[in-house]
Design a protein around this ligand. Structure first.
Ligand code: ADP
Length: 180
């Protein structure tokens, strides 16, 4: 909960897994907010077959941001606007990589505002070298045995190797990847 003097931002997403792109957006957000709540969505996952459970994604986020006391990581279920309202957040932050992100992000922001007009969305762009990076690409490359060490932090890298060395998804369906 934000106090009267403190600005709370919420950064929602699937974070399957957290990448350096997500990290960049989160740390940039602290330039304009006092506190940041990173919120792993239970339902709004973009991946039909997630690589990591929500609990695993949260554990990775907590490890990655262990050095930053102004960031907390939680999961949430249900509508984002209900969560934003409950937490008393000043705004929702989202990352914009390229034009391809714009349409979805714009629709989502407008729809959320229809439901909860007080919600503000702020869009941040990452450092240029991270602007092509997505969690789904990282999952796919890691699953195929590629080197993703330039795209995720060491803690995420070791979990990815453990997950894909064994070649199982969280549903135990075998391979993970091949999706957008
Ligand atoms: P992804 O799209 O990589 O699967 P999420 O669904 O968890 O990741 O995305 C959560 C938010 O983070 C979205 O607003 C998304 O646009 C943003 N995001 C993801 N990767 C990057 C990146 N490399 N640079 C900037 N923003 C990003």
């Amino acid at each position: 909960m934000s106090s009267a003097q403190s600005t709370l931002a919420i950064y929602p997403g699937s974070f399957d897994p957290v990448t350096l792109g997500h990290e960049d957006i989160a740390r940039r957000t602290l330039r304009v907010a006092d506190q940041l709540l990173i919120a792993v969505a239970h339902t709004a996952t973009q991946s039909k077959r997630p690589a990591f459970t929500v609990e695993e994604r949260l554990a990775m986020l907590e490890e990655v941001f262990a050095d930053e006391p102004r960031i907390r990581c939680v999961s949430f279920e249900g509508l984002l606007v209900d969560f934003v309202r409950r937490e008393g957040a000043a705004f929702v932050v989202r990352g914009l990589r390229a034009v391809s992100d714009f349409e979805y992000e714009f629709q989502m922001a407008q729809m959320n505002r229809e439901m909860y007009p007080e919600t503000e969305f702020i869009f941040l762009t990452p450092d240029a070298h991270l602007s092509f990076l997505s969690a789904s690409l990282v999952r796919e490359v890691a699953q195929l045995g590629g080197d993703v060490s330039a795209f995720v932090s060491p803690t995420v890298l070791s979990r990815l190797s453990r997950r894909f060395d064994r070649g199982v998804s969280v549903e135990g369906t075998g391979s993970v990847g091949g999706e957008g």
